[in-house]
Write a protein that binds this ligand. Structure first.
Ligand SMILES: O=C(O)CCC(=O)C(=O)O
Length: 219
């Protein structure tokens, strides 16, 4: 495994890091096929939550490929660093925006800003971290994830963020963006005719209850 120190440093300083080429093209393809099957079987159910997106939850219970990609050692190392080695997978969900989706506002998934304590921050924060798997090419016009570098340790109001402060996460398929759960982020606007396929993991500290009951839902 590559030396992960650069990624750990970026997680501390910027609140995110990227793992390029984490997935092979076969894994990307397999994940898209599995997602489309799930989307088809659940259409008009989960996606109603956000019009012009295809969404699903508990993807790990449905597709072997999802169970493989959430356990890739470089990714696991980037979860263990901020969350400790006994972290747990809360959920693997997918959100794939289509043309015309209204862009989400910038937000923190973790709710309000939590300042670092005066003692060892790694012993308690962050509470969660998220890998975002890009299965399509994320181009500027395909609604890529946007975020504010460093906002995991800065008490900014997401509604006050200026365009210059936002970073657009453009990348090739197979890249994974790892975010500290305190990072201010959101999606962009997809103005293309293509769907932007992506899957997100949500990993948390051992004492937080997961969204899914993996032991009973995974075959
Ligand atoms: O799909 C994206 O790029 C971001 C999704 C997101 O921020 C969310 O669902 O909270």
């Amino acid at each position: 495994m590559e030396n992960m120190q650069r990624h750990f440093h970026e997680l501390d300083e910027l609140g995110y890091t990227t793992l390029e080429d984490l997935l092979t093209s076969n894994q990307v393809e397999e994940a898209i096929v599995a997602l489309e099957e799930v989307y088809e079987s659940e259409k008009n159910v989960v996606s109603l939550h956000e019009p012009k997106t295809k969404r699903t939850f508990n993807f790990t219970s449905r597709a072997e490929i999802s169970r493989q990609i959430i356990q890739i050692p470089r990714l696991v190392a980037c979860m263990e660093y901020p969350l400790e080695s006994d972290y747990i997978l809360s959920d693997m969900e997918a959100r794939s925006p289509m043309k015309g989706v209204s862009s989400q506002g910038l937000h923190r998934d973790g709710g309000t800003f939590i300042p670092n304590p005066s003692y060892n921050v790694h012993s308690i924060l962050p509470l969660a971290a998220q890998p975002m798997f890009a299965l399509s090419e994320f181009t500027a016009n395909k609604g890529p994830t946007r975020f504010v570098p460093g906002s995991h340790i800065s008490n900014i109001d997401p509604t006050d963020v200026t365009p210059e402060e936002k970073y657009l996460f453009t990348c090739q398929p197979g890249t994974v963006l790892i975010c500290d759960n305190r990072l201010v982020h959101g999606d962009g606007t997809n103005t293309t005719d293509e769907i932007r396929y992506s899957v997100q993991g949500f990993c948390c500290r051992k004492y937080i209850k997961p969204f899914c009951d993996h032991t009973r839902s995974i075959p």
